[in-house]
Each structure stands twice: as structure tokens, then as C-alpha cells.
Ligand binder design. Structure first.
Ligand code: NAP
Length: 493
């Protein structure tokens, strides 16, 4: 489809005056507005359309289509005909109403199909029905039941011979709204601000433009993203999109909320995703979807970075080197070589992050003890690397140079929790908390008060993202910018 994808802001004001004001506000971010006539009380259509600062789509949804118009169908269609006559640039008519609508004036006609329950399997049949009408533009909006439903929508857009608006609604449909310009949708919808959405899943237009760089996305844009569940609060899209922007790269980074990681990775090959970050709970499961896994990541049994090259998927673990990167500067030189060799390090936790740091610590020659709530899990990991193990309560007996918290205890929102009692701290002990939200955890606050040297999870988080970025792009990552973005994201919470 030729032409740039338009950004359309729905106007959901309830009075004509508020709608006019909102249209002027929308002018700052949008190319076009959709006037939801069904929202407006005591409508003066002539005045409204006389004041439009942007092209307008006139829409009046009946209650049966999740709209607010509850009058006679004939009055609704007559209102839409008036909108055409009074200068609306587009008019939106639902598939079911199409045969009853006779257009007047020059408005272009959008024929629309909405399904608020699901993305049905018979989309192609629905398109055929829409196609057989003599509309100027076809619109399909369906509810995403999972992230994979977006693929069906992208497929329709790729195949369409006519101008088409196609999108998935709901949280799982977000990527269809962002990638509309890549697949050639005539327009995408974004709200004027939070709370002014006309359908589930719309995000504010300003966010679409600043966070996802909507204006830069085109057919050539390469797709990256983070796989996790939950994923809505991940800071990774903000970090990587800002870094892509700084380097002027035609790439976009998306959040992927995924249930079945192997199925997801397999099916998303269809849209040529170039790289993934992988987070909780998929760092281990993703290995089964990859063609090759780097030796260290294989040993750790967890991958947090995936790179696509010539159709093959490669897995890496950048948590491991990032943990050492943030730990070593606090330890100075050691007569035995690296700063960590010979150091007594106690690692709390035996999950993915603990595995990443424990393998790297062992390679560096540290004497590692793993303490975990589930002792059996600590034992298994310890036996793989030749470390000691025990329950968390053993912490009071430990003689140690370094304490690493690789549990999720103390992480937002449970910020008053801590994995160990403050009695164990003494001056000179190095305490590294991998948790980065909040930056100063209760563990670090108490360690600092006792004179310990403290390391937050920030540098590790920035470093693992930097290494991902460099694997994907082959270019130096803008680490200062990435750190600043993380700090801004954390400041907002
Ligand atoms: P994970 O695989 O789910 O492991 C969680 C670990 O925390 C397990 O050892 C678990 O013990 C322990 N745990 C959870 N709740 C506990 C509780 N109430 N009491 C005691 N122990 C508890 O998670 P992960 O991927 O390893 O991540 C762990 C933390 O590291 C998270 O906060 C994550 O954000 C952070 N992290 C930070 C970075 C960074 O770049 N700074 C990178 C990766 C991870 P059981 O085995 O008994 O369940």
C-alpha cells in the first residue's frame, strides 16, 4: 500500500466544545482524528466539522458494536450521511450496516469489522466480504487472545490489494498498533492521553511516537523485543529504543508477553525478528527454540539474549559477564590474578540470575557457597560448579568477602523484604544486590549502615543490555544514555 501510515487519535469527548478542544490538542501528535459521534451529547455536527483542524473520520458506533449510540438504526445512518454532506473526510460504516448506507458528498468510505471477543480463524472470509463492498478502505479490528493473533493481522495487511486498516485490540495486540507502518496499515489508532482510549489496547499517541519511534517505522524496520511474562513494566523497550534512536538505526524494540516460548519463537520467524532479550520466566525454556547456544550459556542453562543470523537463532547469556563487570571494580587486584580469585563469595539464590553469576565466579577462581530457600536447588547448582551449599539460615555462620543477592527478595513491590538479617554485616564486606528496582534495597541500606561496600543492580542491568545491543548491532552501545533511561524509568515508579 503506498503512502505513510497515518496516526489517528479518536476523539472521545462528551460535548461538542470539548471535542473541538481535543481535536486541536490532537493536532500536535496526530495526522487524522476519528470523531466518535456516539460519545457526544447534544451534537451540533455542522459546528464540529466546521472547526476541524485535521482530516476527520466520522464514526457513530451502536451499542451492539460497543459504542454508545442507542437510537434507531435509521437515525444513526442519517447522522453519518449528514457527516458526509458537512465535510467529514472519511466515514466509517460497519459491515452489517453497509448495504443500508447510501453515501452523500465526497467522504471516503471505510467498511469496518470489529470482534471484541477474539481473532477468529475465518479472517480471510471476512476480508472477502469486506472486499466485495465498494468501500475505499477496509478495516478489521479483532481482540488478541495471545500475541500470535497479531501474525494473522500482519498476514492480511501483507496480502491486501486495497488500503486496509488492520489491528489487534487488547494488551496482546499492542505490537499490531506499533508495527502498522511496517506492514502497511492505512492508519493506526492511539489515544490523546491515558484514559481517552476508544478501544482496549490503545496507548497514548505521545508514547507511540517517543517510546516506539512510530514516525521512523517503515517497511524496512528491523524488529527486536523482550520475551517475558509479565512484561508490561519492562524497562528494556525504553532502553533499547532510546539506544537505537541515538545511533539512528532503523530498528524497533517491542514487549512480547509470551506463554509458550518455543511456539512463539517458531511462529514469529514469519516476521523476521532479528533479536530478543529473554526474561522471567523464559530464560531456560527458550534454549529449546534455538539453533545454537554459546558454551557458557549452555553450561548456565539459561539464555537472556537471542540473535538471528541468516535464518538461524543463536543464544547467549550476558547476565553472567555483566555480573562480573559490576562486581570486579569493588574488589581491587588480587595476588592470584583476577580480582575474584580466592575470594570467598556467598551467593543467595539458585535461580537463573544465580546460575549466571555462579558459573562466572567459578571461572574466575572464587570460592563460592550457594545458599537458597530450596536447598535441593542450591545443592544441584553447587555440584555443577564444585561449590558449597546450604539453606539461607547458614548465612550467620559464613566467613565471606563478598555477598551476592541473586534472589528476588526486596524487589518492587516487596521493598520492605530482605533475604538476610542485618546482624551479618561488618565493615569491609562487599555486598552486591542484583535487584535493581528499587536501586537501594533494604539489604543494601542495612549493609551501607554497617559500613559495607555496596553495589546496586544498576550497572549489571545496563551492562547486560549494552552487551545485547552490541551483539545485535555490532556497534558500541550508548551506555550513558542507557543508564540515564533506566534511572528515569525507576524515578517514575
Ligand atoms: P528466579 O529464577 O525466579 O529465581 C528466584 C530466586 O529467588 C530463587 O533462588 C528463589 O528461591 C529465590 N526466592 C524467591 N522468593 C524468595 C523468598 N521469598 N525467600 C527466599 N528466597 C526467595 O529469578 P532470577 O531470574 O534468578 O532473578 C532473581 C533476581 O535477580 C530478580 O530480582 C531479578 O530482577 C534480578 N536480576 C537482575 C539482573 C540485573 O541485571 N541487575 C539480571 C538478572 C536478574 P527458590 O529456589 O527457593 O524458589
Amino acid at each position: 500500500m503506498p503512502g505513510r501510515t497515518l496516526l489517528c487519535v479518536p476523539i472521545t469527548a462528551e460535548t461538542g466544545e470539548a471535542a473541538i478542544l481535543d481535536m486541536y490538542k490532537a493536532e500536535e501528535v496526530a495526522d487524522i482524528v476519528e470523531l466518535r459521534l456516539d460519545y457526544i451529547h447534544e451534537l451540533d455536527l455542522g459546528r464540529l466539522l466546521a472547526h476541524k483542524p485535521l482530516p476527520v473520520i466520522a464514526t457513530c458506533r451502536p451499542v451492539s458494536e460497543r459504542g454508545r449510540f442507542s437510537g434507531e438504526e435509521s437515525s444513526r445512518l442519517s447522522l453519518l450521511r449528514d457527516a458526509c454532506r458537512l465535510g467529514a473526510d472519511f466515514v466509517d460504516i460497519e459491515l452489517e450496516a453497509w448495504s443500508h448506507f447510501k453515501a452523500q458528498g465526497k467522504s471516503k468510505r471505510i467498511i469496518s469489522y470489529h470482534n471484541f471477543k477474539e481473532t477468529p480463524a475465518n479472517l480471510e472470509d471476512i476480508v472477502k466480504r469486506l472486499d466485495s463492498a465498494d468501500a475505499d478502505i477496509i478495516k478489521i479490528a479483532t481482540m488478541a487472545g495471545s500475541i500470535s493473533d497479531n501474525l494473522a493481522i500482519f498476514d492480511l495487511l501483507k496480502k491486501s490489494q486495497r488500503p486496509m486498516i488492520a489491528l489487534c485490540m487488547g494488551e496482546d495486540g499492542l505490537i499490531s498498533r506499533i508495527l502498522a507502518p511496517k506492514f502497511g496499515s492505512f492508519l493506526t489508532f492511539a489515544s490523546l492521553s491515558e484514559g481517552q482510549e476508544s478501544a482496549p489496547g490503545q496507548i497514548p499517541a505521545a508514547q507511540l511516537k517517543s517510546l516506539y519511534r512510530f514516525d521512523e517505522i517503515n517497511e524496512e524496520t528491523e524488529i527486536y523485543g523482550v520475551i517475558g511474562n509479565p512484561i508490561a513494566h519492562s524497562m528494556s523497550p525504553a532502553i533499547h529504543n532510546a539506544a537505537f534512536d541515538r545511533l539512528g538505526l532503523n530498528k524497533v524494540y517491542l514487549p512480547f508477553k509470551v506463554e509458550d516460548v518455543v511456539k512463539f519463537v517458531e511462529s514469529f520467524k514469519a516476521i523476521g525478528v532479528k533479536g530478543y532479550s529473554v526474561t522471567i520466566p523464559h530464560k531456560e525454556g527458550v534454549l529449546a527454540a534455538l539453533d545454537e547456544v554459546d558454551e557458557l550459556a549452555q553450561k548456565i542453562g539459561a539464555v537472556n539474549t537471542v540473535l538471528e543470523r541468516e535464518g538461524r537463532l543463536f543464544g547467549y547469556n550476558t547476565d553472567s559477564s555483566a555480573a562480573i563487570f559490576s562486581l570486579e571494580p569493588a574488589l581491587g587486584e588480587s595476588p592470584e590474578g583476577t580480582a575474584l580469585s580466592g575470594k570467598r563469595v556467598v551467593v543467595l539464590g539458585a535461580g537463573g540470575a544465580a546460575r549466571a553469576v555462579v558459573f562466572a565466579l567459578s571461572e574466575k577462581g572464587a570460592k563460592v557457597t550457594i545458599l537458597n530457600r530450596t536447598v535441593e536447588r542450591a545443592k544441584r547448582l553447587a555440584q555443577e560448579v564444585g561449590a558449597k551449599w546450604g539453606p539461607l539460615s547458614d548465612i550467620s555462620k559464613m566467613k565471606m568477602d563478598v555477598l551476592v543477592n541473586a534472589t528476588s527478595v526486596g524487589m518492587y513491590p516487596e521493598v520492605d523484604e530482605t533475604p538476610v538479617s542485618k546482624e551479618i554485616f561488618r565493615p569491609g564486606l562487599v555486598v552486591f544486590d542484583m535487584v535493581y528496582n528499587p536501586l537501594e534495597t533494604r539489604l543494601l541500606r542495612e549493609a551501607k549502615e554497617a559500613g559495607c561496600e555496596c553495589i546496586t543492580g544498576l550497572e549489571m542491568f545496563v551492562e547486560q543490555a549494552k552487551e545485547q545491543f552490541e551483539l545485535w548491532t555490532g556497534k558500541d552501545a550508548p551506555t550513558d544514555l542507557m543508564r540515564q533511561v533506566v534511572l528515569e524509568c525507576l524515578g517514575e515508579k
